[in-house]
Design a protein around this ligand. Structure first.
Ligand code: ZN
Length: 160
């Protein structure tokens, strides 16, 4: 069975950045299971999996535009320190959830001085080229219930 829209794909994967650092991996866990063709994984990887079958191994390089997007300098902002009153000792690397016009956004503190805190709302992997090593472990039809729910049931998916 080939991977195409509405098939459930299970795969083991290791994700590395350009320096060879492991960012994420399914090693030691259940394979990742998803319904193909619904945008549940990043577009650049989904495209390469199209037409593959169980047992296929592939190495996929994904440019930022096909992954988590390019970095947006508009998402880096300086905020008066008073706005963080009550948040304790603000330090570089701390994460906060803030409310924006587009909904909640996780921001990271990238700089801090006496007056201002500089926050970055870019996804941590924005602007990063990604390198996937993937092994397809299963391809099957999605059940009507899975398509209705928009997610996979069973190993690597929902248990309800
Ligand atoms: Zn469900």
């Amino acid at each position: 069975m080939k991977i195409e829209k509405n098939k459930v794909v299970s795969m083991h994967y290791t994700l590395k950045d350009g320096a060879g650092e492991v960012i994420d991996s399914s090693e030691g866990k259940d394979p990742l299971a998803f319904i193909h063709g619904l945008g549940m994984i990043i577009p650049g990887l989904e495209k390469e999996l199209d037409g593959k079958t169980k047992g296929d191994k592939l190495n996929v390089e994904v440019e930022p535009a096909e992954a988590y997007g390019d970095r947006d300098d508009n998402l880096i902002q300086k905020v008066p320190r008073e706005q963080f009153e009550g948040a304790g000792d603000i330090q570089k690397g701390m994460q906060f959830q803030v409310d924006t016009q587009m909904g909640p956004l996780v921001v990271v503190v990238v700089d801090v001085d006496d007056k201002e805190v500089t926050i970055d709302g870019n996804h941590p992997l924005a602007g990063v080229k990604l390198f996937f090593e993937v092994e397809v472990t299963e391809v099957r039809d999605a059940t009507a219930e899975e398509l209705d729910h928009g997610h996979v049931h069973g190993p690597g998916g929902h248990n309800h």
